[in-house]
Design a binder for this molecule. Structure first.
Ligand code: FES
Ligand SMILES: [Fe+2]
Length: 328
């Protein structure tokens, strides 16, 4: 896994003054919202005797362990040990690890590399569709019993559409993927799948001649993804997904279906959500059966030209992990 990255862990509305435990790539974190209203994230177990700190309490911006009442400030430093005489020194080891956390687009995000004094945490980059209020957004989430790499590859894979989604996104789509239009950028991957046929009534209105509206898939490496479907007249329906590797073999997906027209239409909210769940469940069923569950080295699988985006993603991911592990 890439540690130097932001992962969504919880809908913002679920984080209050009670600590919550969450897991990213087999590591447990405790989250809380302090008196300052901001989310804070820490390693989940007390340095004293390993108590699960999500059973503790929040006092102002401090996390209090339920076992012996040790109190930790937002930097993770222990500031009070009730059993100690006043002024008794607090051991240096009485420290939980604090992680950068933020609240964005209705989700709590954790940067899974601890804050380091000499390094600034990069800001969480999201898509421009989230920078304006002129969009209707409906959130959802689901869990897949599949590894992060396999799941992300599935949303960059064009040639599976007519086979996995014969009644929806793959309906009437030729299985031949000719000259796949995609670009690898330093921020991720952009794909313009053609032809692409979202089902009625999301079927895109053909763009007027000369207007370069086309369906676009964009990945902000490694875990933020959007598909933009043109509906004509500058109207767009988009689905945003972000992927969080909870364990080596499970991935949580947080999504938002969104559109910039008919903002009050409950019918479109329901339709878009139902359609998205239907399509994602078709993907989930296939991706959960892939073996090995963890995507292997590229040499261990067979590839063809239409696998371009997934091959590029896997090598970007493996390179990033290798660079992190060698301290680069
Ligand atoms: S285990 Fe947390 S204070 Fe003792
Ligand atoms: Fe799919």
């Amino acid at each position: 896994m890439i540690k130097k990255n932001w992962y969504a862990v919880l809908p913002s509305a679920q984080l209050g003054r009670t600590p919550v435990k969450t897991t990213v790539h087999d590591t447990d974190f405790v989250l809380l919202r302090g008196a300052d209203g901001l989310p804070h994230a820490f390693s989940a177990y007390c340095p004293h005797r390993g108590c699960d700190l999500s059973r503790g309490t929040v006092e102002h911006n401090h996390l209090v362990c339920p076992f012996h009442g040790w109190r930790f400030d937002p930097t993770g430093r222990c500031t009070h040990i009730p059993a100690n005489r006043a002024n008794a020194p607090i051991p240096k080891s009485a420290q939980v690890t604090a992680y950068p956390a933020c609240d964005a687009i209705g989700l709590i995000w954790v940067y899974t590399q601890p804050e380091q004094t000499h390094q600034m945490t990069p800001t969480l980059e999201l898509f421009p569709e989230f920078q304006t209020v002129l969009w209707r957004r409906v959130p959802f989430e689901m869990s897949w019993h599949a590894s992060f790499c396999r799941v992300v590859e599935s949303v960059l894979d064009i040639s599976h559409l007519p086979f996995v989604h014969p009644e929806t996104t793959g309906k009437d789509v030729s299985p031949v993927v000719d000259h796949l239009d995609y670009a690898v950028q330093h921020t991720g991957i952009v794909i313009h799948p053609k032809p692409f046929a979202p089902t009625h009534p999301m079927e895109p209105v053909p763009a007027p001649p000369g207007v370069a509206e086309q369906t676009e898939i964009e990945l902000l490496f490694p875990n933020r993804w959007i598909i933009r479907t043109p509906m004509g007249n500058e109207n767009w329906m988009c689905t945003f997904l972000t992927f969080t590797p909870t364990t080596q073999e499970t991935t949580h997906v947080f999504g938002v279906v969104m559109r910039n027209f008919q903002l009050d239409s409950e019918f479109l909210d329901d339709f878009h959500l139902e359609h998205t769940f239907f399509v994602l469940n078709e993907d989930k069923e296939i991706i959960e059966c892939l073996r090995p569950m963890r995507a292997p080295d590229l040499k261990s699988e067979s590839h063809v030209a239409s696998d371009g985006p997934t091959i590029r993603f896997r090598s970007m991911l493996f390179d990033a992990i290798r660079i992190e592990n060698t301290g680069g």
